[in-house]
Design a protein. Structure first.
Length: 106
């Protein structure tokens, strides 16, 4: 939680994960969409020691105030998504869903 890293937002899962974290912290400008942009952003960040020092002071508070630190909120969102997927599955025709419907209404 000291200083963010530049993330190459790409199709590779780790790139999307890094971009998601930075976005949640309000640091979209630390995300690059190409290798050239990645290098340029990294060079610019490394050369701006004042901004790095300010970010270092802010990162814990940014993280604490972000959705990333809201475990209960994340659990509610995940539970709602699972419930929605389950209800959608139950609406589909088929013997598996038909067999479970009576058990759920009891």
């Amino acid at each position: 939680m000291g200083v963010p890293v530049v993330s190459l937002a790409s199709r590779v899962p780790v790139g999307r994960f890094g971009a998601s974290i930075l976005s949640s912290l309000g640091l979209n400008d630390w995300c690059a969409d190409s290798h050239e942009a990645y290098v340029a952003k990294a060079i610019m960040a490394a050369g701006d020691l004042q901004t790095l020092a300010e970010l270092r002071q802010q990162m814990r508070a940014r993280f604490s105030a972000s959705p990333l630190a809201d475990a209960a909120g994340l659990a509610r969102v995940m539970e709602a998504a699972y419930r929605q997927a389950w209800c959608k599955w139950l609406e589909q025709p088929g013997p598996q869903a038909q067999e479970l419907r009576p058990a759920l209404s009891a």
